[in-house]
Ligand binder design. Structure first.
Ligand SMILES: N[C@@H](CCC(=O)N[C@@H](CS)C(=O)NCC(=O)O)C(=O)O
Length: 210
């Protein structure tokens, strides 16, 4: 296995999916966490001036989906043929759009106080419309795959982890009933966060504001 070093702020944010993929695979990585006050010294070293970034034997990879897809292949948590890989990519793009959408894309910064707004009001007025737009799409893919709480096939892939982490944030930081209309997404979250490796990590994880 290569030496992995992961760079991200000391929050879940966009980066937590990568940490979850390492824990799911039970693979070691250096979890380099920092605060905003240290960010200026890291930024010039990052390929796109942003994080998350994964360093693989000294080579830095940026963009959440590129890193997560790479780990999916590395840890055998990807599709098993080109069409399945493309279908998973399609779903990952939907999740990435959700995470970059008008409200959801800014929600972490609201939670962290980087954008001045009332958290409850922002969630209700800006994030809920994004959930109403994107959750039905993910719910549909889950339904098409049956009732096993997975997006494709019968084994957890990197995109299941990406979807579970992304949507669990609206429950954890927004409202506990925000996904009640989407039982298959709730089943996916339940399945991923009850995987023994992930459950163990989350049980010992410190709580962060975003
Ligand atoms: N499309 C990128 C977006 C990355 C991004 O927006 N990163 C933010 C943190 S979540 C960042 O690095 N902000 C600090 C900056 O831009 O200086 C991805 O998904 O990885």
């Amino acid at each position: 296995m290569p030496h992995f070093k992961f760079y991200y702020f000391d929050v879940r944010g966009r980066g937590e999916v990568i940490r979850l993929l390492f824990h799911l695979a039970d693979e070691k990585f250096e979890d380099e966490r920092f605060g905003m006050e240290q960010w200026a010294s890291y930024k010039p070293e990052m390929p796109l001036g942003q994080v998350p970034v994964l360093e693989v034997d000294g080579v830095k990879i940026s963009q959440t989906t590129a890193i997560a897809r790479y780990l999916g292949h590395q840890f055998h948590r990807a599709g098993t043929n080109a069409v399945d890989c493309a279908r998973l990519d399609m779903i990952a793009e939907v999740i990435q759009e959700f995470m970059s959408s008008e409200g959801m894309g800014k929600f972490s910064r609201v939670l962290l106080g980087m954008i001045q707004a009332n958290k409850e009001q922002f969630f209700k007025e800006k994030v809920l419309p994004d959930i109403e737009k994107y959750a039905p799409l993910i719910e549909k893919f889950l339904l098409e795959n049956g009732n096993n709480g997975l997006l494709l096939g019968d084994r957890e892939t990197w995109v299941d982890v990406f979807a579970a982490e992304s949507f669990s944030k609206v429950i954890d930081y927004g409202s506990p009933d925000a996904l009640d209309a989407y039982p298959h997404i709730l089943a996916l979250i339940n399945r991923i966060f009850n995987h023994p490796n992930i459950k163990k990590y989350v049980a010992g994880r410190k709580s962060t504001p975003a």
